[in-house]
Design a protein around this ligand. Structure first.
Ligand code: ZN
Length: 338
């Protein structure tokens, strides 16, 4: 497992770590984003907050590769220790406060490599790239974060492109195999996801929607549009407005930012149909087939290029060059939480 490639230590300058018993709080600035990281007692951290602060900066930067910037001024992070998980991150949650808050329940002695290698961090940060569409449309936000969670890792070089496609496909298959919510339309299942315990079905039905939209945007525009580019336009026009959104409105806005017809067609095809991941056409366009034990890739250049455009490792966008060169803003330590 590789560490993320960016020169991240340049991003982090921490002063005067607070070593209180109750919780350590670290404040850092990554690009234009203020991260306030509160660590519960029991979490093993160095004086500068590592490896937690490095991991969070890595993940934030990986998430920023989608559009070249992160669309929030600040994020509060709360880290809670749990010993009941084999993974570095047991689970994460988003709170839609101002600024938004991410909570992670973590193995208190996790290493940086294990944290970088855990998809859950990328998933939670990806949630913050779009507004929350409300509980009835939970499929939209969970599908979005699930679509990006492995792509962010492969784009950052943490996993290979091949592995990202494999993970995505495995996710779709978990969604198909989910015994819960079978036969429901997504429109009916999404608001009842928790009652029906149909998270896998709902999440991966949504992720397949985003894969189809992304692939169609790229192919039908000859590479001019993509999910990434639609988000970049959306962040510019609409992200800061404090309004409520639902999935249909987000589909319209993202459609206006790219190709409205594709978004509408895929939305209607998804919301009114039986909830199950539909991805075969997209895989065919991408030149990905399931072999007996692993994926087979069509090596025609157009398909290669399409796969690389979605999941390939990439150079840092210009904004990151500035960050990595060390043009960092102020640092200060925050007091321990009351
Ligand atoms: Zn989620």
């Amino acid at each position: 497992m590789k560490s993320i490639r960016y020169g991240l230590t340049a991003v982090l300058i921490l002063a005067g770590t607070v070593c209180a018993r109750a919780a350590d709080t670290h404040q850092l600035r990554v690009g234009d984003v203020d991260l306030i990281v509160e660590m519960e007692a029991g979490i093993q951290a160095a004086a500068d907050g590592g490896p937690w602060t490095d991991w969070l900066a890595n993940t934030l930067q990986a998430t920023s590769t989608v559009t070249g910037a992160f669309p929030r001024d600040g994020v509060r992070i709360k880290l809670r220790a749990t010993s009941r998980s084999a993974s570095a991150i047991a689970f994460g949650q988003v709170r839609r406060s101002h600024p938004p808050q991410l909570r992670f329940y973590v193995s208190p002695d996790a290493s940086l490599d294990r944290l970088n290698g855990d998809w859950r961090g990328y998933h939670e940060f990806a949630h913050l790239l779009i507004p929350f569409p409300g509980n009835d449309d939970i499929w939209f936000t969970e599908g979005f974060a699930s679509y990006y969670q492995y792509l962010l890792q492969s784009r950052a070089g943490v996993i290979s492109e091949r592995q990202a496609w494999q993970e995505l496909l495995d996710g779709f298959m978990r969604g198909e195999a989910d015994r819960s919510g079978r036969g429901w339309t997504l429109r009916n299942l999404s608001p009842n996801m928790w009652n029906e315990r149909a998270q896998k079905r709902v999440y991966w039905t949504g992720a397949a929607f985003f894969l189809r939209v992304d692939v169609r945007l790229r192919i039908e525009s000859g590479g001019r549009h993509s999910l990434d580019s639609a988000l970049a336009v959306f962040h510019d026009c609409c992200m800061q407005a404090r309004r409520r959104w639902d999935a249909r409105q987000l589909v319209e806005a993202l459609g206006q930012a790219s190709i409205a017809e594709i978004w509408r067609q895929e939305y209607l095809r998804t919301i009114n149909a039986i909830a199950e991941p539909r991805y075969n056409e997209a895989l065919e366009a991408l030149g990905i087939r399931r072999g007996r034990s692993s994926l087979l890739f069509d090596d025609r250049e157009s398909m290669n290029a399409l796969r690389r455009a979605i999941a390939g490792a990439r150079a840092n966008p210009p904004e990151f060059d500035r960050i990595v060169r060390g043009d960092v803003a102020t640092q200060e330590s925050a007091p321990a939480a009351p």
